[in-house]
Design a protein around this ligand. Structure first.
Ligand code: MN
Length: 736
């Protein structure tokens, strides 16, 4: 092919872009084409053609799918960063972030090793693929890229053909299916079928071609009849005989064990109309013209498929009693049916609201998820992506290119244990993408992880690892190691803990560690020896408190049935000790015993200052214990009228050492009264704490004094002495 031909291809592309959007920035497209030509200059495809025809073809296919210009340009540049001197920075500088982001996404996906033999592995790869792509447009470019490569696969050798075809069937076609990109999916499947099972492909192709004329004539008849009826109803529609793709016929023959003749939806037509209303009108017309087969009608308009597919499906008995299938849909539905998510992209672009890339991506994801809830077909469900898991999982590679899935937040330790316990137990470090990383490094999707181990004896996991790891597998394997490998250490640790606990409960080892109590416990745990028990205690599975607690309750049971005499003697001693304690408490609390309460706060009231020998009563205060008043205290008389908060109290035998009392003295016209009272107190050998005098309005002399006494006798003596002072008319205990 010559340069002129390439330019021709490119001119076609440019026309298509302008047809799609007359305002498209074709200058930018020109720039991309120029860069691709320069970058791939001298590179040849296996066909011998200049390499640049590949990116031009990819960009053209993307344009045919109505993708936006950024995607088309990214398609043009998709192989430049990987295979040429062009850097991502160059692309960012010349084409902006959005296009650079897409090119980078496609480049990254090339690093995923795609070959695998296991089905589970394939699913992980697909998930990883999707989660790494981040932007769905990256997947679209990648699928189109793969389709073009598959179309031109005849130029590579047979081994490469088989490898590519298998990879395509395992990874790419399920992705295309899930994204609803049916057109690409079918073409990819047929190409894979051709390379993987060339004989089956050829014979099926032959068989179908043999009856082609007959079939086409039949379909043409149906279409003509239908066209007349639609014209009559004034419905504008495109009518097609629907080609079935070979791979799906092949799958049906294999899985349902049928011959080609038994697959009757080989005869199929498609009606495309402008409105949803017309879909149902056409359905009515068809059902009137031909007899429908019961149970074959499906309304995917009301109930779209998980990949957003919408259409009406029905099967009818046609001319000569041969059944045929009809699909009825609008043009919008047709676009979605062929291009899936790529068509969805176009709708969003066309709609007049701005959405960021992230919003759009999230909406797709949500859409896929929402639709998945309606799936009733179990096998289809198994095939659909569990996209909601993506944020909870990371996908990383082993050095051999195997994919492993971990809970988000997992570390190289989780990775090591997923390979083998021995790898985890002997690990000393980890390399991620070739660089040494700390053990608590959080794995990211796409990381290549390599574990560094040591064969030196005495190494093993650290207890801290239990707090770092995320997967339950790693957790249980680390625990297991401590249980097994550190048995001696655990036994010692466990025995120590048990001994400490025995001392704490106030017993001796011999008192509690008795065979008749221990054996049943060992049997319950299926342990062979006491060491097994110490092992789990030392490891932390069973607490020493629990173990000793069980023994101690056995011990107590035994003690309670022991010698009665010893028990009684002990009780008597206890009682005596309690009484003694109580006496001490009485003296501390002002020498007052409160009936029925032996441990409450008691204080002598400051209003009437009771002293031993006074008749007293207790008043239960709010929050300050019992206050003790004289029974003649006027305050207590008024207080006792309310709720019943009085309590009986009595003076204890052993009293407090001193009490403070207040005495009021009333006298008439006595100039020496003050001095006489001071002298009386001194005569009684009491200590005066306060004294003051004042005159009343009716000329009485009043003296209040506060003295400290040790007994009621002393008080009585003082009162008698004061009464005898000249001109004194009254002496009384004062009450505040
Ligand atoms: Mn490519």
């Amino acid at each position: 092919m010559t340069d002129a031909d390439d330019r021709n291809e490119y001119e076609v592309l440019k026309e298509k872009v302008l047809k799609h959007d007359p305002n498209a920035d074709v200058a930018l497209l020109d720039k991309a084409y120029a860069l691709a030509c320069a970058a791939h200059k001298g590179q040849k495809r296996k066909s011998g053609e200049p390499f640049v025809i590949h990116p031009v073809a990819v960009a053209t296919m993307l344009t045919d799918m109505d993708m936006d210009l950024a995607t088309v340009i990214a398609g043009m540049l998709h192989d430049t960063v990987e295979d040429t001197d062009v850097t991502l920075e160059d692309i960012t500088a010349q084409f902006g972030e959005d296009i650079a982001y897409l090119v980078d996404g496609v480049t990254k996906l090339k690093h995923i090793p795609m070959t695998t033999k296991e089905e589970l592995q394939a699913e992980n790869l697909r998930k990883m693929f999707l989660s790494m792509a981040a932007d769905i447009r990256v997947i679209v470019i990648k699928l189109v890229d793969r389709l073009h490569n598959m179309r031109t696969l005849q130029y590579v050798n047979t081994d490469a053909q088989i490898t590519k075809a298998r990879e395509t069937l395992e990874i790419y076609t399920p992705l295309a299916h899930r994204l609803g990109m049916t057109k690409i999916k079918w073409e990819l499947e047929d190409l894979c079928f051709k390379y993987l099972e060339p004989e089956a492909y050829a014979s099926l192709e032959r068989a179908i071609n043999q009856k082609r004329e007959e079939r086409e004539e039949y379909i043409a008849n149906v279409l003509a009849e239908l066209r007349a009826k639609l014209d009559e109803a004034g419905i504008e529609a495109r009518l097609d005989g629907r080609p079935k793709h070979l791979y799906s016929i092949h799958r049906k023959m294999v899985t349902q064990n049928k011959t080609l003749e038994q697959i009757y939806d080989l005869l199929a037509i498609r009606v495309i109309v402008n409105t949803v209303q017309e879909c149902y009108t056409v359905l009515g017309i068809i059902h009137e013209a031909y007899k429908p087969i019961p149970g074959r009608f499906k309304d995917y308009i009301a109930m779209p498929k998980p990949n957003m597919y919408q259409s009406l499906h029905t099967t009818l008995i046609g001319p000569q009693g041969k059944p045929f299938e009809a699909q009825i849909r609008t043009w919008e539905m047709h676009r979605v049916a062929e291009n899936g998510i790529a068509a969805h992209w176009k709708y969003k672009e066309g709609m007049d609201y701005k959405v960021s890339d992230t919003d759009l991506k999230l909406e797709w994801v949500r859409n896929l998820l929402d639709n998945q809830k309606d799936i009733d077909d179990a096998s289809e469900f198994a095939e659909t992506f569990k996209m909601d898991l993506f944020t909870d999982e990371v996908f990383v590679f082993t050095p051999k290119g195997e994919v492993k899935v971990f809970p988000a937040g997992s570390t190289p330790i989780d990775f090591a244990y997923s390979i083998h316990s021995a790898v985890g137990n002997r690990m000393t470090g980890a390399k991620v993408n070739g660089e040494i990383k700390p053990l608590n490094y959080k794995l990211k999707t796409g990381d290549f992880v390599e574990i560094i181990t040591s064969s030196a004896p005495g190494r093993g996991p650290s207890r801290d690892w239990l707090n770092i790891v995320k997967s339950s597998e790693a957790k249980s394997k680390i625990k297991q190691w401590f249980k097994k490998e550190r048995r001696d250490e655990n036994i010692e640790r466990g025995r120590d803990a048990v001994e400490r606990e025995i001392r704490r409960v106030g017993c001796t080892y011999a008192q509690l560690m008795r065979d008749e109590w221990i054996q049943p416990m060992l049997a319950r745990h299926h342990f062979n020896s006491l060491d097994d028990m110490f092992n789990v205690i030392g490891f932390g599975d069973v607490s020493a408190q629990k173990f000793v607690g069980n023994l101690y309750s056995e011990f107590q049971k035994e003690q309670s049935t022991a010698d009665d005499a010893a028990e009684l003697a002990k009780k008597a001693a206890d009682a005596a000790r309690r009484e003694e304690q109580q006496e001490r408490k009485y003296s501390e609390s002002g020498g007052v015993i409160v009936k029925g309460l032996d441990n409450c706060l008691v204080r002598l009231s400051r209003c009437c200052n009771p002293v031993p020998g006074d008749s007293i009563v207790g008043y239960i205060t709010r929050g300050r214990g019992v206050s003790v008043h004289r029974t003649d205290c006027p305050n207590i008389v008024s207080m006792s009228e309310g709720e019943n908060r009085m309590i009986d109290v009595r003076w204890a035998d052993k009293s407090k050492s001193s009490y403070v009392v207040q005495i009021g003295v009333k006298a008439v016209d006595s100039k020496s009264l003050f001095m006489d009272i001071v002298k009386a107190v001194a005569d009684c050998n009491l200590s005066m704490q306060a004294i003051n005098a004042r005159k009343t309005r009716d000329n009485y002399e009043l003296v209040d004094l506060t003295v400290e006494i040790t007994s009621r006798d002393e008080l009585d003596r003082l009162v008698r002495k004061i009464r005898r002072i000249e001109n004194v008319v009254d002496v009384s205990r004062t009450v505040r």
